[in-house]
Ligand binder design. Structure first.
Ligand code: DGY
Length: 327
């Protein structure tokens, strides 16, 4: 008999067919809409879950005693309590690698847009306010040749370093758990303490996962170390930055600007002071949001889920303990 999976992310017809060859699937559109009532009703029969952007807390998981696997369509796993999943014997799988290049592209789009004031100036043209050649009041700052500081030298950090070093001739500095000699050799990159990186970089790019250790990593004290002409780029998670401290640093001109794809609360409130600041480029958590990459992520999640349901170890297993516990 086929196992039963609950999807809370729409799959393409091809992926739905791939999944249905192995499992009965129930799709729940926008599960948050009715306060999770439809999801809760479906959980008791679910052996697999596939989706993203929902905090599957203990009260929801208590309703799913048969659950073997959660396939999140994301690389980030900050919505999950891994120890709890281990105890329950639920395998969690994510979608690394396939989104690395696209997310690094987004990082560079934010670097370019913020430094060169692309959104602000494009809006000026659109609103009919471009009446004469622009002058110094509308100039931006160069990207090429400036110092790129990367906090978190994982896959996405490396892809940013590649773009900066080879594409824009940028000296690369990085901070992470430990020094990475291979990265240093490839990009001529220099390892720095967090404080030294903040002092030296023109662009400070955050690519760390959200954990207890990285929550609030960049606050008032850290922003005070940054150069006045520097720009903060966040493609990690909103909570890595103390948003109120960032707003104050931007309002006071302590730093030049910020390119933000992620926020403490998403969607960003329409009355957020960030949206009144011209030196902020805000995008809607679109790091991996291309047709190609989102399809590749969904395919990866489907394959992870099928593996667990077939009793095979999935490629992208986040919690080996949870997987072992169910065997
Ligand atoms: C990820 O994959 O973690 C992206 O940030 C989307 O949530």
């Amino acid at each position: 008999m086929k196992k039963h999976v609950v999807l809370y992310k729409q799959l393409s017809p091809a992926l739905m067919e791939r999944l249905q060859a192995h499992a009965e699937a129930t799709f729940i559109d926008d599960p948050k809409r009715d306060d999770f009532a439809r999801l809760r009703a479906a959980l008791p029969d679910a052996q697999g879950l596939l989706g993203a952007s929902i905090k599957l807390d203990a009260t929801l998981l208590d309703l799913a005693p048969q659950l073997e696997a959660i396939a999140t369509v994301s690389v980030g796993v900050d919505n999950y309590d891994i120890e709890d999943l281990d105890r329950r014997g639920i395998a969690l799988c994510n979608t690394p690698d396939v989104l690395t290049e696209t997310t690094a592209d987004t990082g560079f789009a934010l670097i370019m847009a913020t430094a060169r004031r692309v959104v602000e100036l494009a809006n000026m043209v659109r609103s009919g306010d471009w009446k004469q050649n622009i002058g110094a009041a509308h100039f931006g700052s160069d990207v090429h040749g400036k110092t790129l500081g990367i906090i978190g030298m994982g896959r996405i950090g490396e892809a940013l370093a590649q773009r900066g070093h080879f594409g824009f001739g940028m000296p690369v500095l990085y901070h992470s758990h430990s020094a990475k000699p291979a990265v240093e050799a490839r990009f001529n990159a220099g390892y720095r303490s967090l404080e030294a990186l903040l002092r030296e970089a023109d662009f400070v790019c955050l690519t760390v996962p959200l954990t207890a250790e990285t929550e609030g990593l960049i606050g008032k004290e850290q922003l005070a170390l940054m150069r006045p002409q520097s720009i903060l780029i966040n493609i990690a998670r909103g909570k890595v930055v103390d948003e109120q401290a960032l707003i104050e640093a931007l309002q006071s001109g302590r730093i030049r600007g910020a390119g933000l794809d992620v926020f403490e609360r998403e969607p960003l409130a329409t009355d957020s002071p960030l949206l009144r600041l011209k030196n902020v480029v805000a995008t809607p958590h679109m790091g991996s949001a291309t047709h190609e990459t989102r399809e590749a992520m969904a395919r990866c999640a489907v394959d992870n889920l099928i593996s667990v349901l077939k009793g095979e170890r999935p490629t992208n297993l986040v919690n080996p303990k949870g997987w072992e516990a169910q065997r």
